[in-house]
Write a protein of this length. Structure first.
Lengths: 130, 386
């Protein structure tokens, strides 16, 4: 991913800054700039999510693309945020520990690197809530 | 709208075809289809080529023109258009061809699909295929394509009690069919043990739950039904076509293990065809992973949610069952050259309906295809009949 493409979404990737529609109240993460329910009547504004939620479904990635190859095996999940939307993210735990319904919260983590000497990418993963 | 028929079909063998280039794959399939229809190149009015990612796999864009050129049609200056919807590219190319003929814009139209996937290593192909999902918000987090379907499987097994053995049964059945298909990539039968002892790719999916990386091409030729008998004694009618979209990301779906786009595209095809589910004699569904075949059977409305594993276990979906699914061997055993798969599905149903599927012939008059892009963001279905 190019530097500009990553940099553009830093607030969203680092701090779960999504959006919400002030007309209907629906919250979006990943962020949307156009409310699918209200369409032109929607008024979409920024919304920072508190980052607590639970695991809806999960897997353990054993074969990854080149960028993630060194990290395998890692736990990947769809997380339902308590504030509404769902997103795809890694959960930091052992493969056998993850389960449907696991309570998690956001954590700022390194996601990957462009190459050995290239830029590092940070973003949001999730950790189990004790 | 005019009624449309398929008048010729061609398909390469599927596999790791080291000796064959991207363009030659297409030329082989196209020539077979033309020969089958008894057509010369000058009679072709238009062409649609399904291709997912020549840009990533062979660093080639502008596929429509390239293919027309090497098919010997560039000097005729026919319109040639690449169609892309990830793994549903082939099915969509067919739908575009049908639309062109039905509308009266063209008479003799080629719908083709081609993908050359083995000129890059596994890492690049895994990454290219992940482009069928949302790069920014699925791929960036480390999602792979098998990983997304694995999350469908985790949800499905949790909710419906599907067993690991039932899931493996899909691969066993499709390998049994593939063993009877001379064009299939894998022509060996396997057992449940083969599947459940193969290496984990993305839990709970193992290597033998996944369709392979494949080179291949397929082409079919459509024409107005009223002209079909000029070219063939066995025209097959296109009874219905349905296409639907859904959210690009799996996490935004209404239900993780239901493909709403399959339900809608299927319903549209049934409605257009005026055909009931009980009249369908065979289906080619998009089994990119074992779990995907079970979801397809259910979401097309052939059984209740959660029941397709039992149906498979009971042999209902086997070649000699009441509802044969994936007689070609499916994506699992026949192979999955992503842009070509949708056309290969049409090829298989046509071959079956003409009674030419030696060794795996099903007795029937109406067949259906189901082609999925991504994790269900695009679905296209067709119903074909004698």
């Amino acid at each position: 991913m190019s530097v500009a493409r990553f940099w553009r979404k830093q607030p969203q990737r680092y701090n779960l800054e999504g959006t919400r529609c002030e007309t209907c109240g629906r919250r979006f993460f990943p962020p949307r700039t156009f409310c699918p329910d209200c369409r032109r009547d929607g008024k979409v504004v920024e919304h920072r999510f508190n980052g607590t939620g639970q695991v809806v479904t999960h897997t353990v990635i054993r074969t990854a693309s080149e960028q993630f190859d060194a990290q395998t095996p890692y736990v990947l999940a769809i997380v339902q945020l308590d504030e509404g939307p769902r997103l795809t993210a890694q959960v930091i735990c052992a493969p056998e520990e993850v389960y449907i319904g696991m309570q998690v919260k956001k954590a700022f983590r390194r996601i990957g690197a462009e190459s050995a000497s290239g830029p590092l990418y940070y973003g949001t993963k999730f950790v189990p809530v004790e | 709208m005019r009624k449309v028929a398929v008048i010729g079909v061609g398909c390469t063998s599927f596999g790791e075809k080291w000796e064959t280039s991207f363009r030659n794959l297409f030329v082989e399939a196209g020539a077979l289809a033309l020969e089958d229809a008894g057509l010369s190149g000058e009679q072709i009015d238009e062409m649609f080529v399904g291709n997912m990612s020549a840009g990533r796999f062979v660093e080639q864009e502008h596929v429509g023109a390239l293919i027309a050129d090497y098919a010997g049609l560039a000097t005729n200056h026919i319109p040639s258009t690449r169609v892309e919807a990830a793994c549903a590219s082939g099915g969509l190319a067919f739908r575009q061809a049908v639309t062109a003929v039905a509308s009266g814009m063209a008479d003799i139209v080629v719908a083709a699909g081609v993908e050359k996937m083995t000129d890059v290593g596994t890492g690049v192909s895994v990454d290219a295929l992940a482009g069928a999902a949302d790069r920014e918000w699925e791929g960036f987090a480390g999602a792979t394509f098998p990983g997304l379907y694995a999350m469908i499987a985790t949800d499905y097994m949790h909710r419906y009690g599907l067993t690991r053995e039932q899931l493996a049964g899909v691969a066993v059945k499709n390998h049994r069919n593939g063993a009877k298909n001379p064009r299939a990539q894998f022509r060996s039968e396997i057992t449940v043990d083969t599947v459940i002892n193969s290496s984990l790719v993305a839990d709970p999916l193992r290597l033998f739950d996944c369709s392979p990386i494949t080179d291949g091409a397929a082409a079919v030729i459509v024409a107005p039904l009223e002209r079909a008998r000029e070219f063939t004694d066995t025209p097959i009618r296109v009874l219905g076509s349905g296409q639907a979209t859904d959210t690009i990301s799996l996490h935004d779906r209404r239900d993780i293990c239901t493909l709403d786009a399959t339900m809608v595209a299927g319903e549209r095809a049934f409605h257009a065809a005026g055909v009931e589910r009980t009249q369908i004699d065979m289906i080619e569904v998009h089994d990119c992973f074992t779990i995907a075949e079970l979801c397809a059977i259910e979401d097309l409305g052939f059984c209740a949610k959660g029941q397709a594993g039992i149906l498979t276990e009971e042999g209902v979906t086997a070649l000699d069952g009441d509802l044969p699914v994936n007689p070609s061997g499916g994506l699992k055993a026949c192979g999955h050259p992503v842009g070509a798969t949708g056309i290969k599905q049409i090829y298989e149903i046509i071959t079956q309906l003409r009674g030419e599927a030696t060794g795996r012939q099903i007795d029937g008059e109406i067949g259906m295809t189901h082609n999925v892009g991504g994790t269900g963001a695009t679905v296209v279905c067709h119903i074909l009949g004698v």
